[in-house]
Design a protein around this ligand. Structure first.
Ligand SMILES: Nc1ncnc2c1ncn2[C@@H]1O[C@H](COP(=O)(O)OP(=O)(O)OP(=O)(O)O)[C@@H](O)[C@H]1O
Ligand SMILES: [Mg+2]
Length: 281
């Protein structure tokens, strides 16, 4: 599905030192993600990545502007958009398999088919031996793999992922990167991935949005010019990742400088978007 952000902005009320304050999380964001694109979002901590994703998921509302999915304004969560968060969020009273089957059941899939689909995706995340275990019997990384399997089993038209791999060990992460790449190529699902891992973004995404330090806006939209499937070991990917590092570091340095500036407070942030939107690097 095609995704359009039209002038989407967001402020939050927060407790400041002594009084409530309004902090701008997102400057007006304009962005179009074509159907079937793998789109990654990177930027410093606190720049509004999750806020942007949550607005697209329908879990938060913008102050102004709107998000359109295939031309239809987002009015709340919907089964066309499935979200994977950093924490697994499994239902603790259901077995691993039933956690995966639950969403399929809601869609009216027959019990035998649900079970088969759950088995298939559990195998993919190397947890087929744990189908009947309870979530509390798994490690954090194992729970997260179940959560990813659960999302993939739903075969959503739009898959939204907020740092889904960050709690995983490097080997599992590599396996899941390959799987997500393969599934995306097979299904042509539109994927939006928020990550702090620049090489992950470069390995997986067609385009990468680099956000400015808070309040978040579009700093750059960068097309990753390598055909899929990609190899992690490619020297070209490494060079490209290094170039993006430089861009991000500019924004991370801004955040660090603010911390040291005694006169800077969050509500003093500029209210006009930075006019440095560019494509390519
Ligand atoms: N519910 C909330 N109430 C108040 N302020 C919020 C809320 N959610 C987010 N914010 C503020 O909005 C800004 C953006 O937060 P957001 O979680 O979108 O950042 P992020 O880019 O996802 O950061 P990270 O990389 O650390 O996950 C921050 O200044 C944060 O303090
Ligand atoms: Mg976040």
């Amino acid at each position: 599905m095609k995704i359009e952000f039209r002038n989407v902005s967001k402020t939050f009320a927060q407790q400041g030192n002594g009084s409530r304050r309004r902090v701008q999380a997102l400057m007006p964001v304009n962005l179009t993600i074509p159907k079937g694109e793998f789109f990654a979002i990177i930027g410093p901590s606190g720049c509004g990545k999750s806020t942007l994703l949550n607005i697209l998921a329908g879990l938060d509302t913008p102050d102004e502007g709107e998000v359109l999915v295939d031309g239809v304004p987002v009015r709340g969560a919907g089964s066309d958009r499935v979200v994977v968060f950093q924490e697994a969020g499994l239902m603790p009273w259901m077995t691993v398999s039933r956690n995966i089957e639950y969403g399929l059941k809601l869609r009216g899939m027959k019990a035998a088919d649900r079970r088969e689909r759950a088995e298939h995706f559990l195998k993919m995340v190397h947890l087929s031996k744990y189908a009947n275990a309870m979530p509390h019997e798994l490690s954090g990384g194992m729970r997260q793999r179940v959560s990813i399997a659960r999302a993939l089993a739903l075969e959503p038209k739009v898959l939204l992922m907020d740092e889904p791999f960050s709690a995983l060990d490097a080997q599992t992460r590599d396996v899941l990167h390959d799987e997500v790449q393969r599934i995306w190529q097979e299904t042509k699902t539109t994927i939006v991935l928020v990550t702090h891992n620049i090489s992950e973004a470069v390995f997986l995404a067609d385009r990468v949005l680099i956000m400015t330090a808070a309040p978040g806006s579009v700093k750059r939209l960068v097309r990753v010019p390598f055909a899929h499937p990609r190899a992690k070991s490619s020297a070209d990917l490494g060079t490209f990742t290094a170039a993006l590092h430089v861009q991000i570091k500019e924004e991370v340095d801004k955040v660090a400088a603010r911390e040291l500036d005694p006169d800077w407070t969050p509500e003093l942030m500029p209210t006009k978007p930075a006019n440095d939107i560019a494509s390519g690097i």
